[in-house]
Structure formats: structure tokens, C-alpha cells
Design a protein around this ligand. Structure first.
Ligand SMILES: Nc1ncnc2c1ncn2[C@@H]1O[C@H](COP(=O)(O)OP(=O)(O)OP(=O)(O)O)[C@@H](O)[C@H]1O
Ligand SMILES: O=C(O)c1ccc[n+]([C@@H]2O[C@H](COP(=O)([O-])O)[C@@H](O)[C@H]2O)c1
Length: 235
């Protein structure tokens, strides 16, 4: 049923954003063929575990691929989408390469059968992650979405729009990143949701845990960043 939050109703979840109308005249606002086009015809099936690595990808780099491969393995994902954001609400648009150019470059780098590069947020008309997750869980009921991010974003997620809703909309996997681990784990979001943290062997089943659920994954670190790459490329 479109409009259901997926197979994992979150107990005590805050109300979904009212302004996000996904049905009009009984039909979804975005036709399935447009969603399929944005996903290279690879629509997910109910029950599948799909990782969502949201990012500016300005530009994509091997650090993105590194955490994506680890996410696929360690979380037993069926697929992982690189959600190339039209515009991060907290980043300046100056210096941001055009959306299509960032997608094209990410596609060249991803090159993995389980990774889909997509600009789907521009198709469904969302920018804030809370809205993106609300839309995806309605368009794809029963799909187990896992939001993937680096530790730098756990540190600052409490500045994102309606951020607690994100914890109630999808499981969250945080991948360690040089210099951020301690700050991230001491930050507001980690403290507020400390009881929802999944540790040890249970992390492998994060995708199917009742929400909220999040985990911090220590990994072999990658120092790569888009900021450094832009500097090297003279951008
Ligand atoms: N080397 C890395 N290790 C762990 N996570 C990373 C790494 N690089 C990027 N990420 C994560 O990937 C997601 C998308 O990152 P983004 O496209 O902003 O790249 P970035 O290198 O962080 O860019 P910038 O330097 O411009 O902020 C974010 O959640 C970010 O934390
Ligand atoms: O929802 C928000 O308010 C929000 C604020 C900042 C970042 N985000 C999302 O976080 C993801 C990572 O962004 P970035 O620019 O650090 O790669 C990307 O999907 C953004 O849309 C979302």
C-alpha cells in the first residue's frame, strides 16, 4: 500500500511531514516509470535491503566506493544507491558542479553491479533527507532502507531538517572517518539515540531491526575527501 511507512512501523515515530503529498487523485505523484528511469530500471523489491549513500559527490572519490563495498558486505545489502544530492541544504551552491556532471562522474567511478548511481531526489522533488526517506519508504513499501554516512555527518546531523525523523524512517550505518570518531560518538544525535545503538554481531542485521536503530562501524580508514580533490584539481 502506498502511504505505508514500509515493513517496520517505528513505534513512537514523530508524524511524517504533512506537506509531502505523495498521492494525488489516488495515484502516486511520480509515475513508476520515472522512478525506474532514475534507478536505471532497477526497482527494488519488497524485502530487499537497500543502502542509501546520500552525498554531494562533488566529486565522487574512492572513499565513497570504499564505504559502499564495506556496507554491502557487512550489512548484507542487496544493493546500494548513491543518492547524488541536487544541493546539500547546508552547503553553498557556489563551487558545486552541475548535478548531471556529478552524476556522470560518480557513474564512471562506481562501476559495480550492486551500486546504482541516481539523482532520484530531483525526480521526487526532495532535498532534505527526512523528506527523501519519507518519500522512498512510501514509493517502495517493504524495502529495508539503510541510510549510510560517514562519521562527519553523525557529528552534524542534529543540524539537518527534522533530523529525529531520519532515525525513525531508516536504520542508519555510520562509517568511521579520520579525525571524526570521538566527536561523532559524543555528538547530540548519538547521545539522544544512545539506546537505539546496535553493537557487536547484531550490526550485520541492522537493516531489519525495529526502528530507531543505528550502528557505528569501525573500518580501515580512508583519508580521501572531495574537498581535497577539488583543491588538487584547482576547483
Ligand atoms: N573517506 C571517507 N570515509 C568515510 N566516509 C566518507 C568518506 N568520504 C565521504 N564519506 C561519506 O560519504 C557521504 C558523501 O560524502 P560527500 O559527497 O560529501 O564527500 P566528502 O568527501 O565528505 O565531501 P566534502 O569534502 O566536499 O565535504 C558522506 O556521508 C560522507 O561522510
Ligand atoms: O536534510 C538535511 O537538512 C540535510 C542537511 C545536510 C546534508 N544532508 C544530506 O546528507 C547527505 C550528505 O551530504 P554531503 O554534502 O555531506 O555529501 C546528502 O544526502 C545530503 O542531502 C541533508
Amino acid at each position: 500500500m502506498i502511504g505505508s511507512p514500509g515493513s517496520r512501523p517505528a513505534e513512537g515515530a514523530p508524524p511524517r511531514p504533512g506537506r509531502l503529498a505523495l498521492r494525488h487523485g489516488g495515484r502516486p505523484l511520480v509515475a513508476r516509470r520515472r522512478l525506474a528511469a532514475a534507478l536505471g530500471s532497477r526497482l527494488p523489491r519488497p524485502g530487499q535491503r537497500i543502502g542509501l549513500l546520500g552525498g554531494s559527490f562533488n566529486p565522487a572519490h574512492a572513499g565513497h566506493r570504499h564505504i559502499s563495498l564495506l556496507a554491502l558486505q557487512r550489512l548484507g545489502l542487496d544493493g546500494l544507491w548513491w543518492l547524488v544530492s541536487p544541493q546539500n541544504p547546508l552547503k553553498p551552491s557556489a563551487g558545486m558542479a552541475p548535478h548531471a556532471a556529478r552524476i556522470a562522474r560518480a557513474e564512471k567511478l562506481a562501476k559495480h553491479r550492486d551500486i546504482t548511481v541516481t539523482g532520484i531526489e530531483s525526480v521526487i522533488g526532495t532535498q532534505a533527507t527526512a523528506d527523501t526517506l519519507a518519500a522512498l519508504t512510501r514509493y517502495f513499501p517493504g524495502v529495508q532502507f539503510v541510510w549510510i554516512m560517514g562519521a562527519d555527518n553523525l557529528q552534524q546531523i542534529a543540524r539537518w531538517e527534522r533530523w529525529p525523523q531520519i532515525f525513525h524512517a531508516a536504520a542508519i550505518a555510520v562509517f568511521d572517518r579520520p579525525t571524526y570518531s570521538h566527536r561523532a560518538l559524543a555528538a547530540k544525535a548519538a547521545r539522544r539515540f544512545r539506546r537505539a545503538r546496535v553493537v557487536g554481531r547484531a550490526v550485520g542485521g541492522l537493516a531489519t531491526r525495529p526502528l530507531p536503530a543505528w550502528a557505528f562501524l569501525p573500518i580501515p580508514l580512508s583519508k580521501l575527501s572531495a574537498t581535497d580533490l577539488r583543491r588538487l584539481e584547482g576547483g
